[in-house]
Design a protein around this ligand. Structure first.
Ligand code: ATP
Ligand code: MG
Length: 442
C-alpha cells in the first residue's frame, strides 16, 4: 500500500486551507488591529485546547443544533483505554467556560477574556464557509447588566472602523428572554406550526418538536411567509428581560450605534438568553454573518459551575478578511524588506565577507528592532544580489565587499533613488533611518 502510493501527491483536506505568506501578512495586520483594540478595553487572552470531550459540546451547544447533530469531528483516541469520545472544537465558548470553571476563574469574579484560534465544522465548503475556520471571540463573565452588552457592541463597532468596513456591516439585535419565557413561547409556536404542517419543509417538520425556535431561522420563503402570522417571541418575554433589552437599546442610542431589531433572530446555539446580536453584511453573498453573539447566563451552571452571568461574541476571521479585501482592495499589509545585506569576497585571514555582513545585520537588529533586515545567502555576484534585493522590494541595500569589510566600512544605497555613499559601519543605523524617512516622505 505504502509502496503503491509512493511519490503520489498528498493534498490538504477539503475545506481546510493553507494560509500562504501573501495572505498571512494581511491576517497578521487584521489580527494586530483587533488585538490592539481588545487590549485598549482591558481584555486578556485565553487559550484553550482544540480537542475537548464530546460531552462538553453536547451539553453547551445543545443536542438539537446543526453543530451537534451533523457538524462535529468526533473520534476516539487510539490508545484511550476508556475510549472517551473526543471532538475538535466547533466553537470556543464551551472550552472557555470549561476552563473558567476548572480553574476557578468565574464564581464571584469578573473576567473579560478574548480568544483567537481554529474551530472545525463538517459543513459543505464554499466561499466564507470552511471545515477548519478561525474565530476571534470575547467572553465576559460576572457582569449581568446591559452596560457590558453595550460595551461588546461598541468594541465590535470599533473593530469595523479600524478595518474600514463600518459602512458595510449592520447590527441586528433581539432579546430571546429567559429560559422560561422561551419554553412558554415554544409551546405557542409548536401549536401554531402544528396547524400549518402542510406549509413546512422537511427540515422544519423535524425541528418542530426538537428545536422549534430554529424554524424561525428557516430560509424557505414559504415558511418565512407563514411565520408572519405566527406568535411573536417578543410577546412572551419576561419583564426583567424586557427591562434589560430596553436598557441596552438606550445605551446604544446614546452611543449613536445604529441597529435593527430583528424578532426572528434567535441564533443557532441553545445557550443564549436575553440579548442576541449579529453583525451582517450584504457584500459576501450567502455567508453574510461576520459576527454573532449574545448573553448566556445559564451556561456556566449548565456545565457544572456556580451560576455566573456571561456574554460574548465570535467573529469568523475568514469572513472578516474576505470582507475587508472585498470592500477595500487597497488594504495591503507591508511585508517589504527594509534593508537587504549584500556581501561578497573573503578577508585575508580567510573570514568570508558574509560573516561580516551577518555580524553587522545582528548589530542593526539590536539598534533598529522595528525594521526588516534580510541577508543575502547563496552567493552570487553583486548584480545578482541586487536583483534579489529588488525581488524582496527592499528599500535599502548595504553592500560590503572585501575593501569595505577590511576598512570597517559599507556602502549604503537608497534603492528608490539609486543614491549611494560609503560610510563607516557605526554610522549605518542612523543613516538607514534618514533614508527610510526620506522614502516615506517625512
Ligand atoms: P452560519 O449561520 O453562517 O452557519 P453560525 O450561526 O453557525 O453561522 P456561529 O456558530 O455563531 O455561526 O459562529 C460565529 C461566526 O463564525 C459566524 O458568524 C461566522 O462568521 C463564523 N463561522 C461559522 N461557521 C463557519 C464556517 N464553517 N466557516 C467559516 N466561518 C464560520
Ligand atoms: Mg452554521
Amino acid at each position: 500500500m505504502a509502496e503503491q502510493n509512493k511519490g503520489k501527491k498528498i493534498q490538504a483536506i477539503r475545506g481546510m486551507n493553507d494560509l500562504l505568506p501573501a495572505e498571512s501578512v494581511v491576517w497578521q495586520k487584521i489580527e494586530g488591529l483587533l488585538k490592539q483594540t481588545l487590549t485598549s478595553y482591558g481584555y486578556s487572552e485565553i487559550r484553550t485546547p482544540i480537542v475537548e470531550s464530546t460531552g462538553l459540546f453536547q451539553r453547551a451547544v445543545g443536542e438539537v443544533t446543526d453543530i451537534v447533530e451533523k457538524e462535529m469531528y468526533t473520534f476516539h483516541a487510539r490508545n484511550d483505554s476508556d475510549k472517551e469520545s473526543l471532538t475538535l472544537r466547533p466553537e470556543i465558548t464551551a472550552g472557555c467556560v470549561r476552563a473558567g470553571i476548572e480553574h476557578g476563574l468565574l464564581y464571584n469574579q469578573e473576567q473579560r477574556l478574548w480568544y483567537l484560534g481554529p474551530a472545525f465544522r463538517y459543513e459543505k465548503p464554499q466561499k466564507g464557509r470552511y471545515r477548519q475556520f478561525h474565530q476571534l471571540g470575547v467572553e465576559v463573565f460576572g457582569l449581568q447588566g446591559p452596560d457590558i452588552d453595550a460595551e461588546l457592541i461598541l468594541l465590535t463597532a470599533r473593530f469595523w472602523r479600524a478595518l474600514g468596513i463600518d459602512q458595510h456591516v449592520s447590527l441586528e439585535l433581539n432579546s430571546i428572554g429567559s429560559l422560561q419565557a422561551r419554553a412558554d413561547y415554544r409551546n405557542a409556536l409548536v401549536a401554531f406550526l402544528e396547524q400549518h404542517k402542510d406549509k413546512l419543509d422537511e427540515d422544519c417538520l423535524r425541528r418542530m418538536y426538537t428545536n422549534p425556535l430554529r424554524v424561525l431561522d428557516s430560509k424557505n420563503p414559504q415558511v418565512q411567509a407563514l411565520l408572519n402570522d405566527a406568535p411573536k417571541l417578543f410577546d412572551y418575554i419576561d419583564d426583567e428581560s424586557k427591562v434589560h433589552f430596553d436598557g441596552l437599546c438606550q445605551l446604544l442610542d446614546f452611543a449613536g450605534i445604529k441597529y435593527r431589531i430583528n424578532q426572528r433572530l434567535v441564533r443557532g446555539l441553545d445557550y443564549y438568553n436575553r440579548t442576541v446580536f449579529e453583525w451582517v453584511t450584504s457584500s459576501l453573498g450567502a455567508q453574510g454573518t461576520v459576527c454573532g453573539g449574545g448573553r448566556y447566563d445559564g451556561l456556566v451552571a449548565q456545565l457544572g459551575g456556580q451560576t455566573t452571568p456571561g456574554v460574548g461574541f465570535a467573529i469568523g476571521v475568514e469572513r472578516l478578511v474576505l470582507l475587508v479585501q472585498t470592500v477595500n482592495p487597497d488594504f495591503k499589509a507591508d511585508n517589504e524588506i527594509d534593508i537587504y545585506m549584500i556581501a561578497s569576497g573573503q578577508l585575508s585571514d580567510g573570514t568570508s565577507v558574509v560573516a561580516v555582513a551577518q555580524r553587522l545585520a545582528e548589530q542593526l537588529r539590536d539598534q533598529l528592532s522595528d525594521l526588516r533586515i534580510m541577508t543575502n545567502y547563496g552567493g552570487g555576484n553583486f548584480k545578482k544580489q541586487f536583483s534579489r534585493a529588488d525581488k524582496w522590494q527592499a528599500k535599502i541595500a548595504i553592500v560590503i565587499g572585501e575593501n569595505e569589510a577590511s576598512a570597517d566600512k559599507a556602502i549604503i544605497k537608497n534603492l528608490q533613488t539609486g543614491e549611494q555613499i560609503e560610510i563607516t559601519q557605526q554610522e549605518i543605523a542612523a543613516s538607514c533611518l534618514t533614508i527610510l524617512a526620506k522614502i516615506k516622505g517625512e
